[in-house]
Design a protein. Structure first.
Length: 196
């Protein structure tokens, strides 16, 4: 009887040791690709009746441990992301296509494991637009944006995202005139978090 009890306790202790993750395992889960997202949107300009329908792909990574660990301690994730995109544009004067890339993007989210995760997002990059006749001074522009959203988790790793952002494009004064163009976007997407 005593031998059977010892064997049972030993098996339970071994099982618990395997079930409880080590601190190193948790740290390793925060390395590598943290998010892959595909998003579409409807955008409308502040002037000229311009409408934009983009498709985005986003690839996101966490910052190094020296930045990540203190933030993670209070359930915040700060991610750097890369976001290529393409869009169709309509306006009273013409239809056009745009494409670009955001190599400098930041996303700050509050994630304590809950189903609804709020976030802030901002980025800057370069783009090409076929939209002419709006004093954009050429097809190559800089694009910067900021916004906010929520992720509604459907499973542990898959979420539907709802967000809003405002984008400003201009040529940074390289050519004149340079009035720029602001566009607001209402966005819907699916985000996959392989390490969550």
């Amino acid at each position: 009887m005593l031998r059977s009890l010892r064997s049972t306790l030993l098996v339970l202790a071994f099982g618990l040791a395997l079930a409880i993750p080590s601190p190193n395992a948790a740290a390793e889960d925060r390395n590598g690709l943290q998010e892959l997202a595909f998003t579409t949107a409807y955008g409308f300009s502040d002037k000229h009746g311009i409408e934009v329908i983009p498709l985005y792909a986003r690839f996101a990574w966490l910052f190094p441990d020296v930045i990540d660990e203190p933030l993670h301690g209070v359930n915040l994730n700060l991610k750097w992301f890369l976001e290529p995109w393409v869009a169709g544009v309509t306006s009273p004067k013409q239809n056009a296509i745009e494409f670009g890339i955001t190599p400098i993007g930041l996303k700050l989210e509050y994630d304590a494991g809950q189903q609804v995760v709020p976030y802030l997002i901002a980025g800057t990059g370069v783009m090409y637009t076929g939209l002419g006749g709006y004093q954009l001074s050429g097809p190559f522009e800089f694009a910067s944006f900021g916004g906010a959203g929520i992720e509604l988790f459907l499973t542990d790793q898959l979420a539907m995202s709802f967000s809003w952002r405002i984008r400003h494009i201009s040529n940074a004064g390289i050519e004149q005139p340079n009035p720029g163009l602001n566009t607001q976007f209402v966005m819907l997407g699916f985000d996959w978090f392989p390490k969550r």
